[in-house]
Design a protein around this ligand. Sequence first.
Ligand code: FEO
Length: 386
Amino acid sequence: MQNITITDTIQYLGVDDKEIDLFESQYVVPDGVSYNSYAIMDEKVAIMDSVDERATESWFANLDKVLGERLPDYLVVSHLEPDHAGNMQKFMERYPNAQLVVNAKALSMLPQFFTLDMSARSIVVKEGDELSLGKHVLTFVMAPMVHWPEVMVTYDKTEKVLFSADAFGKFGALDVEADWACEARRYYFNIVGKYGMQVQALLKKAAALDIRIICPLHGPILKDDLSYYLGKYQVWSSYEPEDKGVLIAYASIHGNTKAAAEKLAKLLEERGAEKVVLSDLSREDMAEVIEDAYRYDRMVLASATYDAGLFPCMDSFLAHLKAKNYQKRTVGIMENGSWAPMAGKCMKESLAQMKEITVLEPTVTIKSTLNEASNAQLEALAEALV
Ligand code: FEO
């Protein structure tokens, strides 16, 4: 177990998972992921969430170590997704006198996941309800769709600690030194990104609390300069760009669309663009490209035409952006087609389904390789972008 000090009476119980290949079966996590769980030791003992079934043994070993001779009184459940609720039933079977602390929505969903009927052992809480553990008083704050419907966060009034569920989480095990924003941003936009409005609602509630420490369900415990993390969440959840820059996302079959994308990058750099990021949609981690699409204020889509439509990785990228509520950006279009270029039309149709997207003129149309006419369009698009 990671030796993490939160406060004298709040202990870390979580587990690092560095064996997992894909988090949620889709996100590469080269530095693993942590499933965080906490114990509040008071006259009553509250355990804040369980962990994924992949980490059952380690979690119970951590519980034994932290609890010693004591027994837990409550398991507070913020979220039923299996990376946190995976050991709820085993916990309730192991500690027959413990009670669940859940909201009504979570209670109604329990039979979907568990065979043990835990309803008679559940304390059902709603917005603003309090639970006293002795010195600690817990207040429950509903956070629906951050990022499942039953989510609630818990505020410990006594020590001013917010147990924030998935909010403020990040990829990466806790024993890996890493910049917080990089993997927190990739986590946020890919997992929570669709629900910006709901995150804004939670931030509003959080603003009314005096928070000293944030304990998320993934990633490090946040203690210093909380305004930095809250500020990032404010920007991300409002869909405003974080930085000035141009993402050029390309889908190239034989390298000609890639060459045109690289030429555009050069033209932008020559014109003093603040930042230019080139991403090969065929090869790069899609989640990383989605993160960059949100991070920067401008994006260029460059795609080959394929089967009279889009090259599949561009199609998939746009489908992801639409699903994640991508909006409020300026976009340039580059299409390639050796006999009937269709990619530009398809990309514009996808963008038309997103909110507040400004499509720049001109569209660059390449027929196989750049020529005088398409080079002139490329120059014009570069001008329009800076
Ligand atoms: Fe980390 Fe939504 O589960």
